[in-house]
Ligand binder design. Structure first.
Ligand code: F6P
Length: 367
């Protein structure tokens, strides 16, 4: 029996996606393994995430050319070295109640003869995979989000590269901050979870880290900065997650639009924090929004390795007919968990365990 595996990437792109697609393809088509399996496979890539699978017209060769891509070992040979997603991505929600296109999606899956969907995404994209699973479509998920906020896995693709970008950019910023005796407020991504800010901030030695899980008091921020006055240090780095907010206030929006999953577009908190610091303390303070730089570039070694292991595990799950589940890293081991456990619940920073609410930084007690 031959099964057609379709792979798609949804939501924000990140380094590691291409590697996972490569390893799904290589493992599925591996000639040595083929002889030991009850089934054989063919692999097709779907362009632009759920949008591609909804919009493709299986009867129209031009549309198929646009949205479908034959994948084999030759095609994906070098993909693991490159960031982004060669399949393209979108934030399309086929189950959006305002524009429900799920019937067309399911019809297309059938018309294209897709037997299994391998879905690489965060909570939203995998939420769609979960809905499809409940409707009888065979799905396997691979976790990706630089925010690293997916429940049920210690790791999601893209996080490590993003933390490296934050660290490198702050290292770069320090030389100019020092020359000019200026503070810098650096904004990271992280809508609901502070993992990027907390890890990036700790790796780069930021003085203050502000995370969504603990609304901050600007007076405390200013007081912490004043404490440094008179010492040899002539500048401070403050890292703030895009989803962080002052106590009693809402998140900062960069746009009033919401995406197909109903999420507002966050951004801009760094500017406001910098202005407030300067106004209240008189210390010159600038801001920098790292934005999509954190999702760009080549994957780190860890992202390449995790992409490889996640891709291989996804095919193992297909061979074992373990559907409706997501590959996961749990206690350092590759395993899997039901998709239903990851939807509508995010993995947030445990403030008590990891965050020092007096210093606004990582805790100085670990055990
Ligand atoms: O994928 C999650 C994320 O990285 C969030 O941290 C951020 O708010 C969002 O992506 C930005 O995505 P977009 O590419 O749509 O601007």
């Amino acid at each position: 029996m031959k099964l057609k595996i379709a792979v798609l990437t949804g939501g924000g792109d990140c380094p590691g996606l291409n590697g996972a697609i490569k390893w799904v393809t290589k493992t599925a088509l591996d000639p040595r393994l083929a002889g030991k399996r009850p089934v054989s496979f063919e692999v097709v890539g779907i362009g632009e995430g759920w949008k591609g699978l909804v919009e493709v017209d299986p009867g129209d060769p031009e549309s198929c050319d646009r949205y479908l891509r034959h994948l084999d070992e030759e095609v994906v040979r070098t993909w693991d070295r490159h960031g982004g997603t060669y399949l393209g991505t979108s934030r399309t929600n086929p189950f959006n109640p305002k524009n429900d296109r799920s019937e067309r999606l399911i019809d297309n899956i059938k018309r294209l003869g897709i037997n299994v969907l391998v879905v690489l995404g965060g909570e939203d994209t995998l939420g769609v995979a979960h809905k499809l699973h409940k409707l009888g479509i065979k799905t396997v998920g691979i976790p990706k989000t630089i925010d690293n906020d997916l429940t049920g896995t210690e790791y999601s693709l893209g996080f490590d590269t993003a933390v490296n970008v934050i660290t490198e950019e702050i290292d770069r910023l320090r030389t100019t901050a020092g020359s000019h005796s200026r503070n810098f407020v650096v904004e990271t991504m992280g809508r609901h979870a502070g993992w990027l800010a907390l890890h990036g901030g700790q790796c780069s030695g930021a003085y203050i880290i502000l995370i969504p899980e603990y609304p901050f008091d600007i007076d405390v921020v200013c007081e912490l900065l004043r404490e440094r006055e008179g010492r040899e240090i002539n500048y401070s780095i403050i890292v703030v997650a895009e989803g962080a907010k002052p106590a009693g206030q809402q998140e900062f929006l960069r746009d009033t639009k919401v995406d197909d999953f109903g999420h507002p577009m966050l951004g801009g908190i760094a500017n406001s924090v910098a202005l407030e610091i300067e106004k209240r303390t008189g210390f010159e303070t600038r801001s920098l929004i790292l934005s999509h730089l954190q999702r760009g570039g080549t994957p780190s070694a860890r992202d390449r390795l995790m992409a490889r292991w996640f891709g291989i595990a996804a095919v193992d799950m297909i061979v074992n007919e373990d559907y409706g589940r997501m590959v996961s890293l749990t206690r350092g081991e590759i395993t899997s968990i039901p998709l239903k456990e990851i939807v509508s619940k995010l993995k947030l920073v445990d403030v008590e365990k990891y965050y020092d609410t007096e210093r606004y930084n990582g805790r100085r007690s670990i055990l």
